[in-house]
Design a protein around this ligand. Structure first.
Ligand SMILES: N[C@@H](CCC(=O)N[C@@H](CS)C(=O)NCC(=O)O)C(=O)O
Length: 227
């Protein structure tokens, strides 16, 4: 069947046998927003399969994929019978599902609220602020109407949070750093976010993480294979 044939087995840290299906499958396109979740899976270190979709061929708009993600977007994560879409939700889910990996702040911890704030801040504030700046709206929306307020306040808020570091939650690296950190790195790469010292230092700390490096290498290999 279409969805089965296209599965590429890559595994997390350790590649596993081609005939064994991992618990987790990422429906992915390289490079794309889905790369955030590829990085998250590498941080997690659990085995996973990758199902590649070619967005240029519109495979994400074909019926079998729309059946699991009606938005026709990547990423989608399958964990057994559970299907999760939205990259920040996937990162949140994985961190909570594998608490021994210490990538979440558990329910009951006094810091859980702040952790959730950052997980939502990525898609609610950082991403729309950057996209609006890159492709300004014709009629300038009023600050109060925009969920993120304005670009500078959004960026100042993240900068203040990562200035001390090393991570958003202090000493603990969490899924929130994957979500927000990916946005900051991506924005700086395309000159859509100013290269201020707080962001440069934060991005450098991220770039030094072996999991971030593995994810980047994998993504480049996958993009190359597509050609
Ligand atoms: N809010 C979604 C956005 C996902 C998204 O826009 N993915 C793009 C790739 S960067 C996509 O699938 N585009 C293909 C399309 O819309 O046809 C998330 O964060 O997961």
């Amino acid at each position: 069947m279409w969805l089965r044939r296209k599965i590429v087995v890559l595994g997390g840290h350790k590649p596993h046998m081609e005939d064994r299906m991992a618990r987790l499958t990422l429906y992915h396109a390289s490079p794309s927003r889905s790369s955030v979740t590829l990085w998250m899976l590498e941080e997690l270190g659990e085995p996973y399969d990758i199902h590649m979709l070619d967005l240029t061929k519109g495979e994400n708009r074909e019926a079998p994929y729309l059946a699991i993600n009606p938005m026709g977007k990547v990423p989608t994560l399958r964990d057994g019978d559970t299907v999760i879409t939205e990259s920040a939700a996937i990162c949140t889910y994985l961190a909570d599902e594998f608490p021994d990996k210490k990538l979440n702040v558990p329910v009951g911890s006094p810091q859980r609220g702040v952790y959730l704030k950052w997980l939502f801040f990525g898609p609610s504030c950082v991403e729309p602020a950057v996209i609006d700046r890159a492709a300004p709206r014709k009629e300038e929306a009023r600050r109060g109407m925009l969920g993120y307020g304005d670009f500078d306040t959004t960026m100042n808020t993240v900068a203040a949070a990562v200035e001390k570091g090393p991570w958003l939650m202090g000493e603990q690296f969490t899924a929130a750093d994957v979500v927000v950190g990916a946005g900051i790195r991506w924005g700086m790469m395309f000159n859509m976010i100013p290269e201020r010292p707080e962001f440069k230092a934060y991005a450098a700390r991220i770039a030094a993480r072996p999991a971030a490096q593995r994810a980047q290498t994998k993504d480049l290999e996958l993009a190359e294979k597509k050609k």
